[in-house]
Design a protein around this ligand. Structure first.
Ligand SMILES: [Fe+2]
Ligand SMILES: [Fe+2]
Length: 357
């Protein structure tokens, strides 16, 4: 199986990282805003409901709409004089502390790291909007079309909320990480409705829910907490759609198609994990006197690295893939050796499942 971004791979001890170091190449990647995405649209003449569970999810979505401008308290203060999140959850703040920098610098570092992370989530939300538009065309039943269309509205609202929070409260929207840009393009260019659903609804939604949930539990700012809580409510519906649709897709797939899905999912998650925090450290590290490669090598040697590293993956995306039968023994060992699948955190929190049925 050919790995993604082969030309950017480098060994740090036993671990293979993906690293972008050429600024011109990164700028070119970000400037590539035209992406040709193959799409076959599907008409249907059946206007009655065929998939009852999806119709229920669509109804739930209608009841739970919210208004990003009106329902969030935009007057609430957010300042880098305060801890915006638990200092222990900020890698940069911890590193500044270890380097003996004062508390004001540690707080500023946590603030920057949050702005960087929310910016990446914002770019991910834009990808979700685009691919959900594609799914509205590609899916076959009217229930799926209604549902996907309602998700398009949700994703637009997430872009609205995150971009307003970043520009009004944090003052910066950081550019997209090069690794993330390559992976989002890979998802957006998926050639079948099956892969589009797996990629966006199961993989990226699953990863995003994991990150949002960890971020919310570490937030020390009321506006941030409330915004994430509202976004997560929508995201758990999206994850439920992904699980429902994928269950059917996997049931109908033959062994070869299943293996192809398993490999594709593995390839994307492996590449996401291979960057570690290098893209972030390359952007923000120099400001705080931190060397990205040195930090990453030290991080990879920490005795509890796998346990911490796996938190995001074990939160939702790997349990969901496992339930779908898309993590078999063939890939399980690899996920394990990459510090993504970690048995001790067996928190079978398959997000979205509670909304089904
Ligand atoms: Fe979203
Ligand atoms: Fe979503």
């Amino acid at each position: 199986m050919k790995k993604l971004m082969q030309e950017h791979r480098k060994r740090f001890g036993d671990f293979e990282v993906i690293e972008f170091v050429d600024d011109r190449e990164i700028a070119k990647l970000r400037a590539r805003t035209d992406v040709a995405a193959p799409l076959t649209l599907s008409w249907t003449w059946e206007y009655g409901s065929e998939v009852e569970e999806l119709r229920n999810l669509y109804e739930k979505g209608k009841v739970n709409q919210w208004n990003a401008e009106r329902d969030l308290d935009w007057a609430a203060p957010v300042s880098n004089d305060e801890w915006v999140m638990n200092p222990e959850a900020s890698m940069l703040a911890q590193l500044c502390k270890l380097a003996g920098k004062d508390e004001a610098t540690q707080k500023a570092a946590a603030f920057d790291e949050l702005a960087h992370l929310l910016s990446q989530l914002l770019h991910g939300e834009q990808a979700a909007l685009q691919i959900c538009g594609q799914l509205t065309n590609a899916c076959e039943t009217m229930d799926e079309k209604w549902y996907a269309a309602s998700q398009v509205t949700d994703e637009a609202r997430h872009i609205e909320a995150l971009s307003k929070f970043l520009s009004r409260k944090l003052g910066t929207i950081y550019p997209i990480n090069p690794t993330l840009k390559v992976l989002l393009d890979e998802l957006l260019q998926a050639d079948t409705a099956r892969k589009k659903t797996l990629g966006m609804q199961t993989l990226f939604e699953g990863v995003a829910v994991g990150i949002f949930d960890l971020l919310r539990s570490e937030s020390r700012n009321a506006l941030l907490t409330d915004m994430i809580r509202r976004v997560e409510q929508d995201e758990s519906r999206h994850a439920a759609f992904g699980v429902l649709t994928m269950r059917r897709v996997v049931r109908e797939a033959d062994a070869a198609e299943k293996a192809e899905m398993e490999d594709w999912a593995f390839g994307i998650l492996e590449a996401l994990n291979a960057n570690q925090q290098l893209d972030m450290l390359q952007l923000l590290g120099p400001k705080y006197g931190l060397d990205p490669e040195v930090i990453t090598k030290l991080t990879l040697q920490m005795p509890n690295w796998a346990e911490l590293n796996s938190l995001v993956y074990m939160h939702t995306v790997l349990p969901n893939l496992r339930n779908l039968g898309l993590v078999t023994e063939r890939t399980a060992d690899q996920y394990r050796s990459l510090g993504m699948l970690y048995e001790k955190n067996r928190a079978t929190h398959a997000s979205g499942l509670s909304l089904i049925g």
